[in-house]
Write a protein that binds this ligand. Structure first.
Ligand SMILES: Nc1ncnc2c1ncn2[C@@H]1O[C@H](COP(=O)(O)OP(=O)(O)OP(=O)(O)O)[C@@H](O)[C@H]1O
Length: 786
């Protein structure tokens, strides 16, 4: 007892243990797979270390995991899970089991603490590890003997011991000495309601379900077999009985009087067969639980979906099931035969989009002949867009002793990237063609990833573009191939409208697609910032270019046939010449647009602002102004911003009305009507600003814009344009530097929780003079929920 060192858990561990115990009761089976997974990691670590330092293998011959259930006479039970892995020094016991070294732990814990759904989703995503032991155990003892090494030539066996309710743990030298040879033995003192885990069948089922395929090291379960053996004692006793003479000292012969004459008296009388005396004994034996080959080595026909799913969840520590997988075998061009399973998870990592171009995959598990080698194949293992794919690949003929450098230069591993990507794209293509419901889920999770991929991965661009879907004015979702199948005769452009942050429904109402829609053309509606990046990088599909319908250059493709239309356009341009010239002068003066033309894209709206070919659409303007690009390329930005054209709709009564008013203005040799001119100019500026807003651009001075709108409204209502608004207000009271008496006391935290994400809030209602009327408690949601 004296050598016991007591240590307090790091506060995050205490929090995690509490969450585990409180919220995961219904998932407590997970403890076994977590402990086996840790044991497997320790064995893998040992094997890898042994490649450079063989001495670590001394101490124990086998590399395995054993499970033993023990029940004492009072019914209390212990489950002992032992591995002959790398083991832990006392220092490691303290840091590995007493602290949480994962990044983002605090964040995760706060989320998990408010996760009241009880599904344990968050916990599962985080990986419970060792602490899941406390789901089933009141007390856990970890005895560990680190592997011998040059740094630690004489390791000693130490014990970590902690109760489920304790905030501290003990570390002490194991009084039994170095019994383990090497490795770690975890003893779970089972809770009264967890005795079921002593049952051989329960353990076997759990291992089969969650762990049989997650480790290539053998897992043995201690079992008792009933055997019948010869009971020598009983036999000897029986033999002794037989030989014993009877009381008279003669052998008694019974003779049947009727059969006194027996002809064949010489025939020997057969003695009755004696069954040997046996006794029942219990034999201890180890049963191998995972004797099946690992899942990737088996024939896919013999593997159930559930097995594939469990394997994925355990191996890649994902609480959710995968969306899809592809199990295949092959021979690489470099002569290495391999087997592999690639998985598409049902979701991207929460932080994938925070830095998609810098994420590095750690989920290609490379094995050689069933032996795990590494899951870190370096930065370029996959292109960034595909970093989320989870892969197990087992190669037959790679050298086991592979260093990072060797890996990078290995011909097979260079090919692996291509192999994985090809199969992944095949899998996605198959889902797209055969399983619409699943495809929808894939799109939800990875739709944007495919766009990113098409931009990033030139080699696979063609295939990735075929996975990209967009909403249009005619349907919820279409690929570019389907779009082209639906194009009209003569159409030589793929029409699209991009405005980031807008929903397809909002975009469908845009002024820019009025005519296209009315005429039956399909327009891609792009609301995601990545869409425009995708389009500008791809430029064309099947030799047909993209046309931003908010930009100059829009062609329906049947203009040549419609000679009447061209003639009409010429006639309209002639008819509207005075208005066009007048407006041109106005917009150029204000810098709102470069030119004014008769529109071929408007049906209902009176006018729109269209970006010139060299100009920015509203969407690009937003994109660029939210980045630093306009600072770096100031001149370019200023120039491009001006490249806009005001398009007017000659059929709009408003435009017709404006034309009439312009025509009514005095000619140059008559006396000018300054008031009428000013009024018209004001109407025109509101019209142009309105067109800017309608076209998605920002108005330069919205205050001035609304003052002009106000004036026009007044005019239409017959209210005096110059009548001032009463602007008198009550001034603030004089300066008062006095602070409240409790000003120095800390503020209570208004978001301190009092229930399920809700806080109680006191609101004081006051009358006009500031006197309280009554106190009304109001339930308010947390700020972030609002
Ligand atoms: N059987 C074991 N042998 C050697 N070291 C172990 C063993 N079990 C746990 N450890 C050490 O304790 C650390 C903490 O284990 P824990 O299970 O809590 O987290 P983890 O395995 O790192 O992460 P997770 O299980 O969430 O993936 C491990 O990283 C490992 O260093």
């Amino acid at each position: 007892q004296e050598s016991h060192e007591k240590h307090a858990y790091q506060s995050d561990v205490a929090r995690l243990r509490k969450i585990v115990i409180n919220s995961l009761y219904s998932h407590r089976d997970v403890f076994l797979r977590e402990l086996i997974s840790n044991a497997n990691d320790a064995l893998e670590k040992l094997r890898l270390t042994s490649l450079t330092e063989p001495v670590v293998l001394s101490g124990a011959e086998e590399m395995n995991i054993t499970i033993k259930a023990v029940q004492d006479e009072e019914g209390a039970g212990r489950l002992i899970i032992t591995d002959t892995g790398i083991g832990m020094t006392p220092e490691e016991l303290k840091t590995n089991l007493g602290t949480l070294a994962k990044s983002g732990t605090s964040d995760f814990l706060s989320k998990a603490e408010s996760d009241t759904t009880g599904t344990g989703n968050l916990i599962g995503a985080f990986g419970l590890g060792f602490y899941s032991s406390f789901l089933v155990a009141d007390r856990v003892q970890v005895a560990s003997l680190a592997a011998k090494s040059s740094k630690n030539p004489n390791p000693a066996q130490y014990v970590f011991s902690s109760g489920a309710d304790e905030n501290s743990f003990d570390i002490y030298a194991d009084p039994r000495g170095n019994t383990l040879g090497r490795g770690t033995e975890i003893t779970l003192f089972l809770k009264g309601d967890a005795i079921e885990y002593l049952n051989e069948k329960t353990i076997t089922d759990l291992v089969n379900k969650h762990s049989s395929f997650s480790t290539a090291f053998p897992i043995y379960l201690a079992s008792k077999r009933v055997e019948f053996i010869l009971d020598q004692e009983a036999e000897d006793e029986a033999a002794a009985q037989e030989k014993k003479p009877d009381d008279e000292g003669t052998t008694k012969v019974d003779i049947d009087e009727d059969e006194a004459v027996i002809e064949d008296v010489t025939e020997e009388v057969e003695e009755p067969k004696k069954t040997p005396k046996t006794k029942q004994i219990e034999v201890d034996e180890w049963i191998r639980l995972n004797s099946q080959p690992p899942i990737w080595m088996r024939d896919p026909k013999t593997i159930s979906d559930e097995e594939y799913e469990s394997f994925y969840q355990v191996t890649f520590k994902d609480w959710q099931k995968p969306l899809a997988w592809y199990h295949f075998q092959g021979d690489s061009g470099s002569g290495v035969s391999f087997r592999s399973i690639i998985y598409v998870p049902s979701h991207l990592d929460d932080n994938y989009w925070q830095n998609p171009l810098q994420s590095v995959t750690k989920d290609i598990r490379l094995l050689v002949k069933r032996v795990f080698i590494t899951s870190d194949l370096g930065e370029d293992a996959l292109p960034k867009w595909a970093n989320w794919v989870k892969v197990v690949v087992d190669a037959e003929d790679l050298p086991l002793n592979v260093s990072r450098e060797m890996l990078q230069n290995n011909a097979f591993l260079k090919q692996l990237k291509g192999i994985i990507l090809r199969r992944l794209l095949q899998l996605l293509d198959r889902i797209q063609k055969e399983d619409p419901a699943k495809w929808e889920k894939v799109q939800e999770a990875y739709g944007n990833v495919f766009k990113l991929g098409a931009v990033e991965d030139h080699k696979n661009r063609e295939k990735l573009v075929q996975l990209v879907r967009f909403a249009t004015n005619q349907r919820n979702s279409t690929g570019l191939d389907e779009y082209l199948e639906n194009k009209k005769q003569g159409q030589s452009q793929i029409f699209y409208l991009a405005d980031m942050g807008k929903s397809p429904e909002e975009l469908a109402k845009s002024v820019f697609i009025e005519k296209l829609h009315a005429r039956g053309y399909e327009v891609l509606l792009l609301g995601d910032p990545l869409d425009e990046v995708f389009i500008t990088n791809i430029r064309r599909w099947k030799k047909i270019g993209f046309q931003d319908v908010a930009k100059a250059g829009l062609k329906f493709g049947d203009e040549d046939e419609a000679e009447g239309e061209a003639a009409e356009l010429a006639a309209q341009t002639e008819r509207y010449k005075p208005l066009i010239e007048w407006l041109r002068k106005e917009v150029r003066e204000k810098g709102a647009a470069r030119d004014v033309i008769i529109s071929n894209r408007l049906v209902i709206s009176s006018c729109a602002i269209v970006a010139d070919e060299s100009g920015y659409t509203a969407n690009l303007e937003k994109l660029i102004s939210s980045s630093h690009a306009q600072v770096n390329h100031k001149h370019m930005w200023e120039f491009a911003k001006k490249q806009k054209v005001l398009e007017i709709n000659p059929r709009s009564p408003l435009i017709e009305g404006l034309l009439r008013r312009i025509e009514q203005l005095p000619t140059e040799d008559e006396e000018r009507d300054i008031e009428a001119e000013d009024e018209l100019r004001e109407v025109a500026t509101v019209l142009v600003d309105g067109a800017l807003v309608r076209s998605g651009f920002a108005v330069t001075d919205s205050n001035d814009f609304f003052t002009r709108v106000d004036r026009i409204l007044r005019r239409s209502l017959g209210v005096s344009e110059t009548a001032p608004t009463d602007t008198t207000v009550k001034p603030a009271p004089p300066v008062d530097p006095e602070l409240p008496p409790d000003a120095d006391e800390p503020e209570p935290d208004p978001f301190e929780e009092t229930g399920r994400g809700q806080i109680s809030w006191e609101v004081e209602e006051v009358d006009e003079l500031g006197n309280p009327i009554k106190q009304v408690p109001v339930e308010m949601k947390r700020h972030d929920e609002l």
